[in-house]
Design a protein around this ligand. Sequence first.
Ligand code: ADP
Ligand code: UDP
Length: 248
Amino acid sequence: MEPGDIIYEGKAKTLYEHPEDENLAVMEFRDDITAYNMQKVDTVEGKGVYNCLISAKLFEVLEEAGLPTHYEELLDERRMIVKRLDMFPLEVIVRNIATGSLVERLPFEEGQELEPPIVEFCYKSDEYGDPLVNRDHIKALGLAEDTEVDVMKELALRVNEILSEFLKDHDIILVDFKLEFGKTKDGEIVIADEISPDTCRFWDAETGQSLDKDIFRKDEGDVLAGYREAAERILRDDEEKAAMLPRE
Ligand code: ADP
Ligand code: UDP
């Protein structure tokens, strides 16, 4: 399928118009990787394929559990069809283990278990560096209604339960992750964007080794090998997607 015009070119993905349906879009996962608000930028050949296939699988897992997502179908190993949404300019972060910016900001111990999990909202803005916002900020800035914040938080916690269990069965600990939400033209709030090693922290259940973007953030070695390992585990019961993985 030939996609239509570009709707938006972001830091790691490009969104195209769907050639036939204005309520859909084509999402392409590129190989660009960035961290620390663009202070670190690179291209990792093949990364987009891993992120696309992992996201497709995890969206399918959520759909099967009855959660609303923007995912429609995989077009090829780098592109998926999604519902075209009106996005909330928010990043919703769920944390099961303290690490990353949390331990820099607050007196949590690195690796400390967080039970119940912590949910954070950030304003998605490169200009302001994605700052944390609370309910009052969200309301005053008109980013979302109070009731919409409640829906997003509840969905984020359900995603955490479902994916933590699925990933545990695939020898991965879901440490933390970021979600984005959007609204369909009928007003339904659905889980959007991607769920991948770019947006989640995945730790090897045995060794605690990172299989995600922390390898890039911290210069800890072969980023692609980490993403490949995550993909192979996540897709090991899904022959169709596993067959689309790049040959080593
Ligand atoms: P960024 O905007 O952070 O640079 P990406 O390169 O990942 O990020 O670009 C993807 C963009 O598409 C993001 O801005 C995201 O909010 C937006 N988006 C994700 N899913 C949808 C969707 N279903 N409909 C419309 N926009 C979406
Ligand atoms: N995250 C993300 N995009 C962002 C910020 C965070 O996908 O703009 C994800 C990140 O991959 C991690 C979780 O959200 O899984 C928590 O990230 P943290 O706040 O610790 O940020 P970082 O360490 O990246 O500054």
